[in-house]
Design a protein around this ligand. Structure first.
Ligand code: NAD
Length: 258
């Protein structure tokens, strides 16, 4: 075990309200590319196409968005040792909650029970109405598991519509141009400020506003640990930086205290 991993284990040993904040890097070892992975999904799809307004305006963008979801779930991503270690913190009675920027649902599959998904989830779809504007869904309340929409796509409908009101159906993710859900943001802030340790894992800490949460922790006197395989802009304010792969660092550190 490196000295940094041992230092993380020691901080975990002293903590009983650990909040974990995760980004795309916690899921790369499950085979889900982050924004920079070579050959990853973002080298083939342009994230600028997936704004809320473009989704509403363009049947082509909707079809492309469902094709991307189909490709994502066809791989049946599973939790990796990093997700499992984070769930083990909770099982050991030291967990306060998990905040994630990811939309893949892998923390829940790993066994974490209190997960705040600040960018929504790809495992659900919802009606957003016929012509919503300004990134504000105005659907009839219809929701369904993502498998419902993918079945429509597989049956030949490139852009499923709401069976109840005929509105557009969209993945329950927060697209570019959409506000983050206020309830999730409020709960994320509570989990950060009332923790006794915040561990960020696999996030470049560059995407606003989620990158504010670690700063909020430090302002609130909560020690911050950053686990990432490259530098982040917040390394200088962290109590501890552990440079390495999440799926190796976390099981080692958590295994030493559970
Ligand atoms: P990011 O892509 O900006 O940063 C990921 C960071 O994790 C990078 O610094 C990378 O070097 C690091 N990393 C990659 N693999 C790692 C590993 N195995 N161990 C340790 N570090 C590793 O991701 P972000 O900060 O989450 O922001 C990007 C946005 O993209 C978020 O809004 C997120 O919602 C979205 N996104 C989500 C998924 C997903 O749901 N799995 C995938 C791609 C993008």
């Amino acid at each position: 075990m490196t000295s940094d991993t041992a230092a993380l284990a020691e901080l975990l040993r002293r903590s009983h309200q650990v909040t974990t904040f995760t980004g795309a890097g916690v899921s790369t070892e499950s085979g889900i590319p982050d924004f920079r992975s070579p050959g990853g999904v973002w080298t083939r799809y342009d994230p600028r196409d997936f704004t809320f307004d473009r989704y509403v305006e363009s049947a082509e963008v909707r079809a492309s968005s469902w094709a991307m979801r189909r490709e994502f779930f066809a791989r049946d991503p599973r939790p990796n040792p990093a997700h499992l270690a984070i769930a083990a913190i909770e099982r050991a009675g030291r967990g306060h909650g998990v905040i994630t920027q990811n939309i893949d649902g892998l923390h829940q599959l790993a066994g974490s029970t209190h997960v705040v998904e600040i960018h929504g989830t790809a495992r659900e779809v919802l009606c957003i109405g016929r012509t919503p504007r300004y990134g504000m869904p105005e659907g009839c309340g219809f929701t369904a598991p993502h498998t419902w929409a993918l079945e429509q796509v597989d049956a030949g409908d490139p852009g499923p519509t709401c069976p109840e009101c005929g509105g557009l159906v969209k993945s329950a993710t927060i697209s570019f141009g959409q506000a983050m859900p206020p309830d999730a943001v409020e709960e994320a802030e509570r989990l950060v400020t009332s923790a006794d340790l915040l561990v960020t894992v696999g996030s470049s800490l560059q995407v606003w506003p989620a990158a504010d949460l670690p700063e909020l922790a430090v302002r609130s006197g909560v020690p911050l640990v950053i686990v990432n395989d490259e530098r982040t802009p917040l390394d200088a304010i962290a109590t501890l930086v552990v440079r390495g792969r999440a799926g190796e660092v976390l099981p080692e550190a958590v295994g030493a205290v559970t």
